[in-house]
Design a protein around this ligand. Structure first.
Ligand code: LLP
Length: 385
């Protein structure tokens, strides 16, 4: 079985668990996303929530992308990493006053507004500063993303966005406000989407909404399709770069772009997912009655996706070429959900072996916690080891 390539001797000297980022792959992925988006003049705002490691952010900022943020902390981290405020968009259903003020003080490109209640507060806070905030309305398009329920966002029952039936009312109220300016619509239907028909439905829905709004005399300068493009967790070695060409082509083919209109995307996982790996060590191999357990020094505190979303991450014993054996791979946390995978085939595992969790660059390090008073994992980069 083909494994990833890692600087194993150097890794053996490091304290585990840790994250390891392949900066060449990150750069290659950025080159592809820029080239493919460039074909249609699409604007890319990297979704900071996927990975906010300062070095990752600064590499992405240096490539000229914008940032998509969901908290004041992310807005600040983006500014610190060198993203220009004029390319920062700020979404989220519960923006606190200080977070809105931070956006206003820095003149960010756009607030993606999720409710009329929020809109009123942005208008009030902008008035206090004598500013006009640029806003896009996040619309809940009722498009099924066909992905895990916990990462589906575009359905009526989800807390996100403004429902279609209420959109006209919100726009009417917005147009009467003095300190907000409507510059566009924003959508985001979910994450880890591999079925392109969901994006087709989204483009068609955007067309219909725009036609509807045009009859009211409302024309929008910007349409933002959010993020969501999935990655191949099963074949990280064969398919390290997602099909951005296909993704943008689907939207380009169906979307009716109005004159002068700018189209935006907020990819997170598809940019950073495959360049990151979580490296952990086998502490013990426990031979149970019916199965063997590989007990690692990493748990859901370092990588929560399997416990939280039943996600699959490919696991490789990168320090062994011995015959494959089957293990339940588990962590040290005192909870029964601290299981990375059942009946996982690994090259025979012994104490001290290094296990790589592939495709862990997105929603990995950034979701780490200190539960059980554990230390946060460190991060290393391929050009520094
Ligand atoms: N834009 C908005 C408004 C979002 O809410 C998200 C992700 C993105 C963009 C980026 O989506 P992406 O391109 O990464 O799919 N922790 C979960 C994923 C949560 C996604 C939340 N929103 C996981 O580990 O699978």
């Amino acid at each position: 079985m083909l494994k990833g390539t890692f600087p194993i001797d150097k890794m053996k000297a490091l304290e585990t668990p840790f994250y390891y980022y392949d900066v060449n792959l990150l750069q290659k992925t950025l080159d592809v996303v820029k080239a493919e988006a460039g074909k249609y003049d699409y604007h890319i705002h990297y979704a900071v929530k996927a990975n906010a490691n300062p070095r990752v952010l600064s590499i992405i900022a240096a490539n000229g992308l914008g940032a998509d943020c969901v908290s004041g902390g992310e807005v600040q981290a983006s500014l610190d990493a060198g993203f220009p405020a004029g390319k920062i968009v700020f979404a989220g259903v519960g923006k606190a006053d200080w977070e809105i003020n931070l956006g206003l003080d820095n003149d960010i490109f756009c607030f993606n507004v999720e409710s009329v209640a929020e809109l009123r507060i942005i208008n009030e806070l902008a008035a206090l500063k004598g500013k006009v905030a640029q806003v896009a309305l996040r619309v809940n398009p009722e498009v099924d993303a066909h992905t895990h329920a916990k990462i589906t966002t575009g359905l009526k029952e989800n807390k996100f966005g403004i429902n279609l039936s209420q959109l006209n009312g919100v726009i009417t109220e917005l147009l009467a406000m003095q300190h907000v300016k409507l510059i566009g619509l924003h959508f985001h239907i979910g994450s880890q989407i591999t079925d392109m028909s969901s994006f087709q439905d989204l483009a068609i829905c955007a067309n219909e909404i725009q036609e509807d709004l045009a009859t009211l005399g409302v024309h929008l300068d910007n349409i933002n399709f959010g993020g969501g493009l999935g990655i191949d967790y099963y074949h990280p070695n064969h398919l390290p770069i997602p099909s951005f060409d296909n993704y943008f082509a689907v939207i380009h083919k169906l979307l009716k772009v109005r004159p002068g209109q700018q189209i935006h995307f907020e990819p997170g996982r598809s940019i950073v997912g495959q360049c990151g790996n979580m490296i952990s060590k086998v502490l013990y191999v426990k031979e149970g009655e019916t199965k063997n357990f590989a007990i690692l020094d990493a748990g859901f505190t370092e990588l929560i996706r399997p416990a939280m979303y039943d996600s699959y991450h490919r696991m490789e014993n990168i320090t062994s070429e011995e015959e494959f054996e089957v293990y339940d791979v588990v962590g040290p946390i005192c909870e029964s959900s601290d299981v990375f995978g059942k009946d996982v085939e690994l090259n025979k595992a012994r104490r001290g072996d290094l296990i790589a969790f592939r495709s862990a660059g997105a929603y990995g390090e950034v979701m780490a916690s200190q539960y059980n008073c554990r230390r946060l994992p460190k991060a290393y980069f391929s050009d520094q080891l």
